[in-house]
Design a protein around this ligand. Sequence first.
Ligand SMILES: *[C@@H]1O[C@H](CO)[C@@H](O)[C@H](O)[C@H]1NC(C)=O
Ligand SMILES: *[C@@H]1O[C@H](CO)[C@@H](O)[C@H](O)[C@H]1NC(C)=O
Ligand SMILES: *[C@@H]1O[C@H](CO)[C@@H](O)[C@H](O)[C@H]1NC(C)=O
Ligand SMILES: *[C@@H]1O[C@H](CO)[C@@H](O)[C@H](O)[C@H]1NC(C)=O
Ligand SMILES: *[C@@H]1O[C@H](CO)[C@@H](O)[C@H](O)[C@H]1NC(C)=O
Ligand SMILES: *[C@@H]1O[C@H](CO)[C@@H](O)[C@H](O)[C@H]1NC(C)=O
Length: 296
Amino acid sequence: MGSQKQGLMWLTGLVFLNILVLSMADVHHYEFFLQESNFTKLCSTKNILTVNGSFPGPEIRARRGDTVFVNVHNQGNTAVSIMWEGIEDSNNGSNQLIQPGRNFNYEIELDDKIGTLWWHATSAWARATVHGAFIVLPAANEDYPFPTPDSDKTIIIGIYIYIYMEELTEANQSIALGQSDVYTIDDHTGETNGCSNDTMFEYQVDYQGLYIVRIINAVNETMVFGIASHSLTIVGQRGAYSRRSFTNSLTLAPYQVIDALLCANQNLGHYYITARPSSDTTRSTAGILRYTTTST
Ligand SMILES: *[C@@H]1O[C@H](CO)[C@@H](O)[C@H](O)[C@H]1NC(C)=O
Ligand SMILES: *[C@@H]1O[C@H](CO)[C@@H](O)[C@H](O)[C@H]1NC(C)=O
Ligand SMILES: *[C@@H]1O[C@H](CO)[C@@H](O)[C@H](O)[C@H]1NC(C)=O
Ligand SMILES: *[C@@H]1O[C@H](CO)[C@@H](O)[C@H](O)[C@H]1NC(C)=O
Ligand SMILES: *[C@@H]1O[C@H](CO)[C@@H](O)[C@H](O)[C@H]1NC(C)=O
Ligand SMILES: *[C@@H]1O[C@H](CO)[C@@H](O)[C@H](O)[C@H]1NC(C)=O
């Protein structure tokens, strides 16, 4: 009898909790403007397709259970559709092209997804520059199933296609890489090129800080990612928490996303962040993890 009563109370509690989670869900509205923008990299200026002039595009942030509307306005010259990797959009929008001058309002319901997902143009040629992170935080009353991080950072591994970026068309359904193409961390090409406009990705951390690093492989190749002298703890993949595992470097399959914990527990200083294709150790790109000094 007692245990039955307890069971009932437990059940009532669960139902109440669910209602609480649902009633606290938010609705977010994002406006994306697909537009051609000039970017100077590798000593030359190219016209590339971007969202709101940025590459990678804007980051979406919502909580588990929220609804997100993304109104995509196509101000470019070619038809494009956007895919929400690992998430269904309620209007079946990923199947239809948005013609130049038109818009489409995607509706995304975040039922039980958690962690880092991403969005990208559906066609191979456009997704090289039209992509960004889609971050699903725990619901307002939920905790992480690991120590609460101080903050988080998205790192998108991409590729900058040097030759005729502006000539890529719907016809380029699979992109063959050339020798002049470089891998990027966010939009940074790293230090390998000697062009004054090329910069290195930099990530500032506090000593003893705990961070979620959200690594998105936006490249159609298996990539190896690592931070010198630091190990990473994998905590999430594919919109779900995963079994924790420790590693010195991450191997990401094409278009894979991994959430990892980083503890800034080394000597103050700076450390290389590297990303390279697993097939070629010579073509890596680098960024820097920099410990902030207490005086600043
Ligand atoms: C994109 O640009 C438009 C127009 O400037 C702005 O209203 C909108 O908020 C921007 N969207 C994002 C996600 O930054
Ligand atoms: C990009 O640069 C070209 C050549 O300098 C210029 O004609 C064009 O207007 C620029 N486009 C944008 C979107 O700024
Ligand atoms: C760097 O960018 C500036 C302005 O964006 C441009 O005037 C300059 O020519 C660029 N330098 C190189 C080496 O491309
Ligand atoms: C979504 O699009 C596909 C392909 O165009 C179609 O077969 C399917 O019926 C659509 N689903 C809905 C719910 O509209
Ligand atoms: C993409 O397609 C265009 C037109 O078909 C072609 O001129 C260009 O060389 C292609 N680029 C790549 C990288 O395949
Ligand atoms: C990714 O690469 C594979 C194998 O090279 C190719 O078959 C596929 O079309 C590529 N996908 C995209 C989106 O480029």
